[in-house]
Design a protein around this ligand. Structure first.
Ligand code: TYM
Length: 350
């Protein structure tokens, strides 16, 4: 069956959204709207997989869900032309995840590096949900039979698992799928990750070997989408660098993770290639490059922060966007669930 191209991606409402989320994912979400039907999801069910002290409790989850929605819209996602919703409003995510739980193998999940990182040494104490996290992610994508998934580099392994689950489902239930009329025996597409642009892995501003992350104890390690202009400028000025001037060619960034990261951020924010940025700033001191980068960050991010602030001040409006998006998502999801139930052999009221 040739699949209709459709984009799906999700962001967790856990703490501050940062420049990594923006450049690694959200910028590409905005771009994909021009060519595809897109579904963007605030994955509140994923958010509760870690301890309540990590995600902050019910009031914080509600606040963060609205804030991520506001960020989507402030960045340029159109919730009327496309679908923006929160995961827990569409029960198909949990239902399909259960079927996939019975398709995925323990060994596959045991290899997930993100689980190992997040669970740390005390694996016995990690939630079952944290272990199962990538299965729910596969359900998110395949519930809409999405073909393309824009994400940052850190999600690559999870996308590979989604493809393995889709393939095993198609194999296990091939006869049943063919009986439904799909002669090629394919019910789920194998979703393709879209990991594009010069900032697919934005690193910490304090340590160029560590990913920029919501959970880093130091706020100076990241630029939050809600930071004001002064804070952004200060964080860039304080960002770790090395004593050498900037190289004139990309090769010179090898083994210089901090310089590479800052040049990548500049390139992504300005829509230029790294080589082009180095042609302009190569040979110069970091201080003048940092001034230009701070100005660029403020120009690009301050309007988003301002719009987010305006949007979150009206929670009723945000909730109505999420409700409307959920209704439209549910209509698509219900279709996949009915077909999936037929394929598996579950009886349901027709
Ligand atoms: P989350 O909420 O951790 O991150 C959201 C998106 O931001 C990207 N990202 C980064 N990109 C570049 N540099 C960084 N430092 C950086 N940090 C985060 C992530 O790659 C992601 O694209 N599991 C997902 C959410 C999810 C999902 C899905 C995504 C749930 N279901 C289905 C795609 C499809 C996650 O934890 O994202």
């Amino acid at each position: 069956m040739p699949f209709v191209e459709r984009v799906f991606s999700g962001v967790q409402p856990t703490g501050n959204l940062h420049l990594g989320n923006y450049l690694g994912a959200i910028v590409n979400f905005v771009k994909m709207q021009e060519t595809h039907n897109c579904i963007y999801c605030v994955v509140d069910m994923h958010a509760i997989t870690q301890g309540i002290d990590v995600w902050g409790g019910p009031a914080e989850l509600t606040r963060n869900t609205r804030e991520v929605t506001a960020a989507f819209i402030a960045a340029g996602i159109d919730p009327k032309k496309h679908i923006v919703f929160n995961q827990s409003q569409v029960s198909g995510h949990a239902e399909l995840a259960w079927i996939f739980n019975c398709v995925a193998r323990m060994g596959w999940l045991g290899r997930m590096t993100q689980f190992k990182e997040k669970a740390g040494k005390d694996r016995e104490n990690a939630s079952v949900g944290l272990f199962d996290y990538p299965v729910l992610m596969a359900a998110d994508i395949l519930l809409y039979r999405a073909t393309h998934v824009p994400v940052g580099e850190d999600q690559k392994q999870h996308l590979e698992l989604s493809r393995d689950i889709a393939q095993k489902f198609n194999n296990d239930f091939g006869d049943s799928i063919r009986a439904q009329g799909a002669n090629d025996g394919l019910f789920f597409p194998l979703p393709e990750p879209l990991i594009t642009g010069p900032a697919t892995r934005v690193m910490s501003l304090r340590d160029g070997t560590k990913k920029m992350s919501k959970s880093d104890a130091s706020d100076n390690s990241r630029i939050n989408l809600t930071d004001d202009a002064d804070t952004i400028a200060q964080k860039i000025r304080k960002a770790k660098t090395d004593p050498e001037p900037l190289p004139s060619e990309e090769k010179g960034l090898e083994a210089r993770p901090e310089a590479d990261n800052l040049v990548g951020i500049f390139a992504a924010l300005s829509g230029r290639a790294k080589a082009d940025v180095l042609r302009e700033f190569g040979g110069g001191q970091f201080s003048s490059f940092k001034n230009a980068l701070a100005e660029l960050c403020v120009t690009k991010l301050a309007p988003i922060a301002g719009e987010m602030k305006r949007l979150v001040a009206d929670p009723g409006h945000i909730d109505s966007i999420l409700n409307d998006g959920s209704d439209r998502a549910r209509a698509l999801a219900d279709e996949t669930m009915k077909l999936s139930k037929d394929i598996v052999g579950f009886i349901y009221r027709r």
